[in-house]
Design a protein around this ligand. Structure first.
Ligand SMILES: C[S@@+](CC[C@H](N)C(=O)[O-])C[C@H]1O[C@@H](n2cnc3c(N)ncnc32)[C@H](O)[C@@H]1O
Length: 249
């Protein structure tokens, strides 16, 4: 049987070169998005929150390939991903962003205004509440989950409950895509043994009492994606782990 993990990179340097080459041979982001990402990495509270520019290139490609016009984003931060979704859906599409922090929502709105983006609507508050209260006239094509990891299972439950077949004003259309970031969380979700040095590092970084506290909600989320009969799922070990599922009716 062919090995699932192709042994492409003999060492980290070659791995980095392959990545550099792959980025250079993928449709580039517009300059204004790259500039905003640079600013986000150098001058904001938590640069680590940002998706990478290569992840942006990949997700834009995916959204356009499925013809997505309406995107819901859970976890906006300073609006980098919000703006790349806006770029992906084009002027006749729209993006709704849910963000807890008033400050980050303000930065995101400012960036949208500065870049003449007028198809983004950012709502401030806890995303569980915002999702519960969200009503739409047309369903979303794509939902990007990138907020507090402990609430991922709840976000999924609400999304599915509000996207029932035949339901008026459902949130996600049949055939719509759910993309969840960080579902492997520096590999600790798949390997929480002492062989994985990231376990101690991540627990320390998040001031968690145990690795389990960080791992359990994501394992529950990944299991729900897999076992929910209305979802067809693939977990890509790219970036920090991308959970992807399409909704069947
Ligand atoms: C990883 S960042 C999002 C990064 C953004 N998607 C990007 O790639 O540019 C996660 C965001 O989720 C927000 N967040 C955390 N808990 C939340 C909650 N309960 N409801 C809504 N947003 C939340 C944080 O304030 C933070 O801005």
């Amino acid at each position: 049987m062919k090995d699932n993990a192709a042994k492409l990179f003999p060492n980290p340097d070659t791995g980095a070169k392959v990545m550099e080459y792959s980025v250079a041979h993928s449709t580039p982001l517009p300059d204004w998005l790259v500039k905003y990402h640079d600013w986000g990495c150098s001058d904001t509270d938590v640069p680590n929150y940002l998706t990478s520019t290569y992840q942006a290139q990949t997700l834009i490609f995916l959204a356009r390939m499925m013809g997505a016009k309406r995107v819901l984003e859970i976890g906006v931060y300073i609006g980098f991903s919000t703006m790349f979704w806006s770029h992906a859906v084009g002027k006749d599409g729209s993006v709704t962003g849910l963000e807890l922090s008033d400050k980050y929502a303000g930065l995101a709105r400012k960036a949208c205004a500065e870049n003449k983006i007028d198809n983004v609507d950012i709502r401030v508050g806890d995303a569980v509440k915002s999702l519960e209260n969200l009503t739409v006239t047309e369903p979303f094509d794509l939902v990007f989950i990138d907020a507090n990891k402990e609430a991922y299972p709840e976000y999924l439950d609400i999304l599915l409950a509000k996207s029932q077949p035949g339901q008026a004003n459902r949130l996600l259309r049949a055939g719509g895509l759910i993309i969840a970031d960080n579902v492997l969380r520096s590999a600790i979700v798949a390997d929480d043994t002492e062989r994985n040095p990231n376990v101690a590092e991540i627990v320390g970084r998040h001031g968690a009492t145990s690795a389990e506290e960080l791992i359990e909600p994501l394992r529950r989320f990944n299991k729900k994606l897999l076992e929910q009969p209305r979802l067809e799922t693939v977990l890509l070990p790219l970036f920090d782990g991308l959970g992807m599922a399409s909704l069947k009716d």
